[in-house]
Design a protein around this ligand. Sequence first.
Ligand code: ADP
Ligand code: ADP
Ligand code: ZN
Length: 223
Amino acid sequence: MRMILLGPPGAGKGTQAHYLVEKYGMYHLSTGDILREAKEADSELGRQAKAYMDKGELVPDEIVIGLVREKLQDPSVRLVGFLLDGFPRTLAQAKALDELLDELDQELVAVVNLEVQPVTIVERLAKRRVCRECKASFHLEFNPPETEGICDYCGGELYQRSDDQEETILRRLNVYQQQTEPLITYYDQKGLLVNIDGERSVEEVSEAITKQLEELTDKHDCA
Ligand code: ADP
Ligand code: ADP
Ligand code: ZN
């Protein structure tokens, strides 16, 4: 399976990625997770990305494209497929991805677009908690961990991301509308877009995605 999860910050991409990876075994590539790790490790990449991330701005295309290129070229990733979460976020990134997939002689199966209203986004992000170890996402009300402050999956410590503050959330939403939303039309024109109503429960959204993907892969198998 080779797919993209598209949607505004807080739409539930990371949450759904968790289920999809369990089901299909593809490689989960979250550019946000990689950049945050680099930031924590204070690596060269992290130092380049930090100021943009803290403000809720996008990290420059060249940096993110280089990072994705390196991962998708990896032989083990080529074998198991991938789920892109948080990439592409600009038209330039989408075009670079097309070129890269051409080079690798691979095709996307689907671009799943999670549709969620701005009010919901603010509600979700303001009370999001993330695992330091496995990066799983929780929500204090909507998707609480079994034990407060501890990850259900790996026992890691949960924390609040520094960019999940109201002001930065609004900035990220604005950046999404300006720079990322045009990708919906881009992928629709390629016939890859699958719209999913992301306002439902985690389980309902997950079932809806799986159902759509199964229909698509059935079609691929018949062709
Ligand atoms: P969210 O899950 O809330 O949408 P991410 O974890 O995907 O946020 O991204 C966090 C931050 O990392 C972004 O605000 C941006 O600064 C940077 N980032 C992540 N992915 C990209 C990308 N594809 N292009 C540019 N910047 C990115
Ligand atoms: P993204 O990766 O798109 O930024 P996340 O998967 O991290 O989004 O989800 C954002 C927040 O919303 C988290 O706190 C998560 O637990 C919560 N969440 C995700 N999906 C749902 C849902 N369907 N209903 C309610 N809350 C959700
Ligand atoms: Zn964890």
